[in-house]
Design a protein around this ligand. Sequence first.
Ligand SMILES: [Zn+2]
Length: 279
Amino acid sequence: MAWFQKAKKSLSPKERSQVPDGLWIKCENCGEIIFRRELQKNHSVCQKCRFHFRIGSREYIELLIDEGSFREFNADLKSVDPLKFKDTKRYTERIQKAVKATGINDAIRTGVGLMNGRKIILGVMDFAFFGGSVGSVVGEKITQAAKRAKEGEYPFILVCASGGMRMQEGMFSLMQMAKTSCALADYSEKNLPFITLLTHPTTGGTTASFAMLGDIIVAEPGALIGFAGPRVIKQTIGQDLPPGFQRAEFLLQRGFIDFIEDRSKMKETLSKVLSNLCD
Ligand SMILES: [Zn+2]
């Protein structure tokens, strides 16, 4: 058989699922095999089913902030180990590992930057660092960011991605819920908008504090948003949960959030919201 007559060998679904990580990535929702570079170009959203892959704080800042305009606050702030906590490993060891793996010192970046030319204060949580858990550093950074937003009279946008409070800091972690809520109440005196953007997942004490305090609460499609997880609730009440429970679409229907927006339109939409509220 001449080479041009050879049928093109297409990969069976089984073979496709075995494509190694690296160049290609499989959509967690629809199973589509996507060229990783294409996915990145598309803000890590599957073009076939609109599934939103999780992205890091750096990518989210690039998505929302005009190029080169972001100035980070308190980037050097690092956790101490107030309880000398140790489970299978020391807390200090876990922190060191997370810093090395992510290149950031804790689970949030905060700073000031321009969004379509408008100066805003932005905080972006990073799930890759300790599951986006909130300890003293995250609480302090949100508090400092709220103070700067108040002083400069800037809108404040906070992108959430969090498994909840950081148990390794015990009560020091839990008190961040009250501390950040106080800072945001103080900021609200200026009558400036505080917008929270809930990404997958936003759970635990994060939902029970600053994530739900937004004047406007936006979510990404499909994001899991809740306090206790569905498994815990199911075990507690002994009943099956309705389909889509705790997903952004479910919460929108019940008035917990204001709207859902696709990541690719997020910057434009948030800019419009701010124009309506601030100009
Ligand atoms: Zn997909």
